[in-house]
Write a protein that binds this ligand. Structure first.
Ligand code: ARG
Length: 466
């Protein structure tokens, strides 16, 4: 087994139990492609500065190409048991492949600026990939909403029926939250503008390199404003983990709604066959596991954020080994969301809503607000109308009736302000209003919300409005 590059400084080799604790190779192997890219650019920077010959540069670039192929084929298997981390693994392999020129590559750089750069490149790539996965979920929600613009739905506050809305309006509430997460992920990718490579261990590179050129080559706008901050900061990791947690919370709330809707008591929606699970004991069961896991996984996503915040809090400036603990929470957040989002997208596509059952569950008391509106139109103050509305609900309760079952005589007993028009409102059907405020539940507003989403998604409507 080959030893550590730094082992000559010590009288005894590293103890196995300390090596096991210290190694990040078991998880940071995933940074391979980014680390190779960093080395490509670094070797070219050294060559431009006169610190590498043309022949050495060519040998390094060829070796790195070969390593990229090996990494593509083997992934984690590319590393050897004695590799401390991905950076040392790549240097070890490059040395095996090309010999001496590989030993010139680490001049003027440090794993501290390398890992900070790798992480930013990783976040940039993964934020963009996640944005696309969220877009697909938003499209599934928009497609469902399209088909239910006219489906009346009980809008809840405190999980008590509060106001009539449309099912499309509720689905679009979830779509709207997820869309903003996708937009923030895209913004995050675009906001990673400073390049840590060139910061060295902390003081700035001692090699003759052009850090502005390095930054541009790696797709950043500029070199790090401050090399000490660059190697000691994980703010991009925090930003990403916050957005991942926020998205996880949104998915959990969508999950909770669907879990309720698909329960026998609600019966608003039937789960798809290929996106729900059965029971090992109870033959009749059909379980909303996808949506429950969305709820459950929000815990680990918020946990990942608090783990890294806790790790960073109170660290001395510059690089500290604690920072190695940024990786597993970050990778876990990416893996969790990349697992959850496609399953959730399918499960949303497969939901079958039951408009008849939904409408049957709407409580006639939801119409009392409309009665108050009528009384206000007739000249009463809002509070006068509101008090009469309370009496209406109370009066129906005292008679053991629903408000729509009250006779005209009973209505007049409750208040002389009540008449046939009031009774007509209470006994009327459930239709989604045509017009209303922007953002609200009306057909017009929901159509505008859908159109806006479609524009953002760049996809045409499934059911164009009649
Ligand atoms: N594996 C390390 C990490 O992820 C790389 C940086 C190590 N730096 C050091 N000075 N030992 O943080």
């Amino acid at each position: 087994m080959q030893g550590k590059v730094w082992e000559e400084r010590f009288a005894t080799p590293l103890a196995a139990e300390v090596d096991a604790l210290n190694r990040s190779a078991p998880f940071d192997w995933r940074l391979g492609p980014h680390d190779i890219q960093v080395s490509r650019v670094w070797s070219r920077a050294l060559h431009r500065g006169g610190a590498l010959t043309e022949a050495d540069l060519q040998a390094i670039l060829d070796g790195l190409d070969r390593i990229a192929e090996e990494w593509d084929a083997a992934g984690a298997g590319f590393l050897q048991p004695d590799d401390e981390d991905i950076h040392m693994g790549i240097e070890r392999r490059l040395t095996e492949l090309i010999g001496e020129p590989a030993e010139r590559l680490h001049f003027g750089r440090s794993r501290n600026d390398m890992v900070a750069t790798d992480m930013r490149l990783y976040i940039r790539a993964e934020a963009a990939a996640l944005e696309n996965a969220v877009r697909r979920l938003v499209k599934a929600l928009a497609d469902q909403a399209d088909g239910h613009r006219e489906t009346s739905f009980p809008g809840y506050t405190h999980l008590q029926q509060a106001q009539q809305v449309s099912l499309a309006h509720v689905l679009l509430a979830h779509a709207s939250a997820c869309r903003k997460d996708a937009q923030r992920l895209a913004q995050l990718a675009g906001s990673i503008t400073e390049c840590p490579l060139g910061a060295g261990a902390l003081a700035g590179s001692a090699a003759p390199v052009d850090v502005a050129w390095i930054a541009r080559e790696l797709g950043f706008d500029a070199p790090a404003a401050n090399s000490i901050e660059a190697v000691g900061s994980r703010d991009e990791v925090l930003d990403f983990l916050y957005l991942a947690a926020r998205l996880g919370i949104h998915l959990s709330r969508l999950g909770e709604d669907v879990i309720l809707w698909s329960s026998q008591e609600f019966g608003y929606a039937t789960l798809g066959e290929s996106s729900s699970t059965g029971s090992s004991q109870l033959p009749h069961k059909k379980n909303p596991d996808v949506f429950e896991l969305a709820r459950g996984k929000a815990a680990r996503l918020t946990g990942n954020l608090t783990t890294v915040m806790g790790m960073l809090k109170g660290l001395p400036s510059g690089y500290n080994k604690d920072l190695q603990e940024d990786k597993e929470p970050l990778f876990d957040a990416v893996d969790t969301l990349q697992l959850l989002l496609p399953a959730m997208t399918l499960a949303v596509q497969e939901l079958a809503f039951d408009p008849t059952r939904i409408e049957a569950s709407l409580r006639p008391e939801l119409k009392v607000e409309q009665v108050v509106g009528l009384l206000v139109e007739r000249g009463l103050t809002f509070r006068q109308g509101y008090r009469l509305g309370q009496r209406l609900v109370k009066g129906a309760g005292e008679r053991d009736l629903r408000v729509d079952q009250l006779s005209l005589k009973a209505l007049l007993e409750i208040s002389p302000e009540f008449d046939k028009q009031v009774q007509d409102i209470l006994q009327g059907g459930w239709t989604v209003p045509g017009a209303g405020v922007s953002g609200g539940t009306s057909l017009k507003s929901v159509q505008a919300q859908l159109d806006d989403l479609r524009t953002w998604l760049g996809s045409p409507a499934r059911n164009p409005p009649k």
